[in-house]
Design a protein around this ligand. Structure first.
Ligand code: SAH
Ligand code: MG
Length: 199
């Protein structure tokens, strides 16, 4: 397993695949264990790195993960096969915004196109279990979000603006308590608030 993990990390560097950073992943793994999370929906599998890193924590964890890019999807199929965790990981090929997923999840992990985070959140939050959490990755976007003074292309500036909008959206979302974690490339942990029946 460690050899496979190492190979995936090398592959990610070589082919510029934005897999989760080590500290962010370690934080996320602790969150999964401490909260007894058993079912995860991941949006953005890339080569299957984070899905494998989460599935290996506990044989009772099951992950449904979606990837739209053909080449990355193929690589993820291969890596998941090699990991021996095929029974725990269901990989779906396609655009997460154009499909319907069945089921309920303890955790939804948003790690796909950064400009679309609000859309992913709104489409998939209905699949979250009552005490579930939505985890979003890359809210720092390599530090650009905190450092708007840096020189950026127009595209990058647009993306950073969208990530900022998402942060504001989470802060103002009354149905969730969100904390922002400064580990890896910046994570948000949004916990669904208990609904009050007597109001
Ligand atoms: N979670 C992975 C990294 C994902 S990188 C890990 O940490 O190992 C983000 C991935 O999201 C890319 O591979 C990209 O192709 C995919 N993606 C972006 N928008 C998507 C969409 N709408 N539906 C499915 N996948 C998407
Ligand atoms: Mg990421």
């Amino acid at each position: 397993m460690n050899k496979l993990i190492e190979e995936m990390e090398k592959y990610a560097v070589e082919y510029d695949i934005p897999i989760m950073q080590k500290e962010g992943l370690a934080f996320f793994q602790r969150l999964i264990i401490e909260n007894h999370i058993k079912s995860i929906l991941e949006i953005g599998s890339a080569i299957g790195y984070s899905a494998i890193q989460l599935a290996r924590l506990d044989p009772d964890i099951h992950i449904v993960t979606i990837e739209r890019d053909d080449e990355r999807y193929m690589k993820a199929v291969e890596n998941i096969e090699r990991s021996g965790l095929k029974k725990q990981v269901t990989l779906i090929h396609g655009d997460a915004l154009e499909m319907d997923i069945d089921g309920k999840f303890d955790c939804i992990f948003i790690d796909a196109a950064k400009a679309q985070y609000i859309r992913f959140f709104e489409k998939y939050e209905k699949l979250l279990n009552d005490d579930g959490v939505i985890v979003s990755d890359n809210l720092s976007f390599h530090g650009y979000v905190e450092h708007p003074e840096r020189e950026m292309s127009r595209n990058l500036r647009g993306l950073v603006r969208k990530i900022k909008n998402y942060i504001v959206y989470l802060e103002n979302n009354e149905n969730y308590d969100t904390s922002f974690i400064n580990e890896g490339d910046g994570l948000a942990i949004s916990r669904k608030k208990k609904t009050n029946m007597i109001e």
